[in-house]
Design a protein around this ligand. Structure first.
Ligand code: URA
Length: 300
């Protein structure tokens, strides 16, 4: 897979400071400015495909993947109630802190979200007060890219720049994400929609809390229902664990093909993590190649 290198793949390898075969050792490639988001309305409406799961809070049921068919070498650790987690574990797994506020877990709210079209969903997100982040955000960030694209990349939550501009992945992590997309031969404008687990920025970029994730998941779930995604790439632990509703460590989810409602899902590191740990970019390239391979298989 991808034995020959296009210019963009070469650029990514240079970004990784990895040698491109037959070329001198790379310098760090300049990071290009992020592409402006496109906010079109998808032309296809798909009814919500949710699998009710008994024994879970109402706010969680619609957020669960409908398929249990995970074609993976690693079985995800099943969802656990936070009350069963030790304090240290709970700090490691805030995605699974399941006590959503009573209003955000309201079954009527969740059912209503599952029926909204793209525009009404966007409107509801922009005025959302379902969790305390509604008080502290400047802008809710709905998503970016092409809603008709075949790819969905899911991040964690807006950062300061995203909160200021109301657009997803426009800060430094976004610039790196754009380079990753270019290396894959993809672009935001044409191929990719980008969304986050949380629509609002947590103060000081702290980790998302479980109740915030549970309050926000119905929005992402509805976006995925309305999109035409063929392959999902989960960027980082919060995206992976939030979508899959597991507390399996990222290290075990990477290198496998998971599924969200029957859509193949590949887990990789978050670009912000990569900015701090550039040594792991090689692993990201392996993950992205896996995603491209899965997509190529779907085209056959
Ligand atoms: N990090 C994310 O996870 N999402 C953004 O939109 C920006 C930074």
């Amino acid at each position: 897979m991808l034995d020959t290198f296009t210019d963009e793949q070469r650029q990514f390898l240079q970004l990784l400071r990895l040698p491109v075969p037959g070329e001198p050792p790379p310098e760090m490639a300049p990071v290009k400015p992020a592409v402006k988001a496109v906010s079109a309305v998808p032309n296809r409406s798909v009814s919500a495909q949710t699998t009710p799961v008994s024994g879970l809070p109402a706010g969680l049921r619609n957020a669960l993947p409908a398929t249990a068919a995970l074609s993976t070498a690693v079985a995800p650790t099943p969802l656990r109630s936070t009350s069963l987690l030790s304090k240290a574990e709970a700090l490691q797994a805030p995605v699974l802190a399941t006590q959503a506020s009573s209003s955000s877990a309201d079954p009527q709210r969740i059912t209503r979200i599952a029926t909204l079209d793209w525009r009404d969903l966007n409107n509801m997100v922009s005025t959302c007060q379902a969790c305390p982040l509604g008080e502290t955000r400047k802008h809710a960030v709905f998503g970016a890219g092409n809603p008709r694209g075949s790819w969905l990349f899911v991040g964690e939550a807006p950062g300061a720049e995203e909160d200021r501009r109301g657009e997803a992945f426009v800060g430094r992590a976004g610039q790196l994400l754009d380079n990753m997309l270019r290396a894959m031969g993809l672009s935001r404008e044409k191929d990719v929609y980008i969304a986050n687990i949380l629509k609002c920025r947590p103060p000081n970029n702290r980790d998302p809390l479980g109740p915030e994730v549970q309050a926000c998941m119905p929005y992402l779930q509805r976006q995925i229902d309305l999109l035409q995604t063929r392959v999902i790439v989960a960027l980082g632990r919060f995206a992976a664990q939030g979508l899959l509703q597991v507390d399996t460590p990222l290290s075990q989810l990477r290198g496998t093909t998971q599924h969200y409602q029957g859509i193949p899902l590949i887990v990789t590191y978050h670009p912000a993590y990569l900015l701090r740990n550039p040594i792991d970019k090689r692993k990201v390239w392996e993950d992205l190649k896996r995603a491209l391979g899965v997509f190529a298989e779907l085209q056959k």
